[in-house]
Design a protein around this ligand. Structure first.
Ligand SMILES: C[S@@+](CC[C@H](N)C(=O)[O-])C[C@H]1O[C@@H](n2cnc3c(N)ncnc32)[C@H](O)[C@@H]1O
Length: 411
């Protein structure tokens, strides 16, 4: 990271210095327009007197505005020591300049902490900035919505409400007068996106050699079996399917784009037949070892194929955006045998550096989406270069998980 791009604040004590030197450019003398415009959204849950939490409040004038005829309490001290022993859980939170003021690791801790002081019905308004972090190092940091969703987790819904342009921060780094959307806003990864990728031949994910994790850890999935049946959800034209069939295994893929199915068979010189099944078409190799269902994964079910004991998931779960991943996990669970050995390959990296696909996926997220019924084991991990060294030079990791059923649980 070049010197000018170091975050201007990295330690708690630096805030004290800022206040002492009156370097509080973040302080605004008027009420915040987002709060004014959306106050009703924030406070409708409560019939009684409204209590609003202002975490990391500074001397925000909005506190005085909201407390007309009311009461203001400011706890002076470390936010991480503030708990429901001091105040009952909050139904309303106005977070301006708090979350965005913290660097990545602290944001994780902050959300973990604030969740403990929220009421079940809590509504939380948060202002964040989204800009090209090459131009300004923060704080305030540039925050993608995906990150907020990831940190809050599934019990919370994160909704985008309002947006406005802002002037670039500072003037030392202004190369572009208009703030750009951050590179970490993820692309839409619905079916049309994939269709276009195949049509334009932008299939960066396709590799012509077998996946190294699959070769190395095949036995973790199939055991010592000579003949297994292996599921390839969102298969693309993965060459691994041909390799496994050549070893004597059966392979079942599901792929939405017809061109991908056709290319798989023609590029691997495998003769095939096609059958129309209504929602899906079935492409089968003549020897019956490879079947690819062409159509939407969410329409594929156990009426078509009995539950699977072996799953190879590379570029499937990790290729989908957050909401789709939740749906995907719920659907694939219905396709799994109780003895399943499911190998899942995902990337994990600082989501500010790249918006995906492939998306950055934590172990916690996978566990949440698959649920307690499944056991998750990290069995291999390799570093890979940061997508954007200016934002964060730390390498990401390419992780291989083994998912099995947690047979200690009933059902
Ligand atoms: C990132 S690629 C990975 C392909 C393959 N697993 C590989 O490793 O090469 C994701 C594939 O999923 C397919 N896909 C996306 N959404 C799908 C859906 N709902 N149903 C079936 N296939 C889908 C896309 O067309 C694309 O070929």
């Amino acid at each position: 990271m070049s010197q000018g791009l170091e975050p201007t604040i990295t330690k708690l004590e630096q805030w004290t210095d800022k206040w002492q030197n009156n370097q509080i450019a973040f302080h605004q003398m008027s009420n915040h327009p987002f709060l004014v415009n959306n106050l009703k959204k924030l406070t409708t849950t409560s019939d009684e007197k409204i209590r609003i939490l202002f975490p990391l409040c500074g001397k925000a004038v909005d506190m005085a505005w909201q407390s007309e005829n009311g009461q203001i309490k400011i706890y002076n001290g470390d936010f991480f020591k503030f708990s429901i022993d001091l105040e009952k859980p909050f139904e309303c939170v106005w977070d301006r300049g708090a979350y965005v003021a913290l660097f990545y690791e602290l944001r994780i801790k902050y959300i973990e902490h604030i969740k403990k002081i929220l009421d079940k019905k809590a509504k939380y308004l948060m202002e964040v900035f989204d800009y090209d972090q090459h131009l300004y190092p923060g704080p305030p940091f540039s925050i993608p919505i995906e990150e907020i969703r990831q940190f809050f987790g599934l019990q919370f819904q994160v909704e985008f409400i309002e947006s406005r342009l802002f002037n670039p921060f500072g003037n030392l780094l202004v190369k572009d007068k208009h703030p750009k959307m951050s590179s970490s806003v993820s692309k839409e990864t619905g079916i049309e996106y994939w269709n276009q990728s195949w049509i334009k031949n932008e299939i960066f994910f396709h590799k012509n050699e077998n996946n190294a994790y699959l070769v190395k850890h095949l036995n973790r999935m199939i055991g010592n079996k000579q003949k297994s049946r292996i599921f390839f959800p969102l298969s693309g034209k993965a060459v691994d399917m041909a390799w496994l069939a050549s070893l004597g295994h059966e392979v079942v893929g599901v792929e939405f784009v017809q061109m991908a199915c056709e290319q798989f068979f023609s590029e691997n010189n495998i003769k095939f037949t096609v059958k129309d099944l209504g929602d899906l078409k079935l492409f089968s190799s003549e020897d019956g070892r490879i079947k690819i269902y062409n159509g939407d994964f969410f329409k594929f079910n156990t009426k078509l194929e009995k539950p699977f004991e072996c799953v190879w998931d590379r570029g499937a779960y990790g290729a989908l955006h957050y909401d789709l991943r939740a749906q995907y996990a719920a659907h694939i669970r219905t396709l799994l045998d109780r003895n399943v050995h499911y190998l899942l390959v995902v990337f994990e990296y600082d989501p500010r550096t790249f918006g995906g696909p492939p998306h950055s996926i934590s172990q916690k997220e996978i566990q949440t989406f698959f649920g307690d019924e499944f056991k998750l084991e990290l069995i291999d991990s390799q570093p890979f270069e940061s997508y954007n060294k200016t934002i964060n030079p730390e390498p990401g990791s390419n992780n291989l998980y083994l998912i099995t059923k947690n047979l200690n649980l009933k059902n």
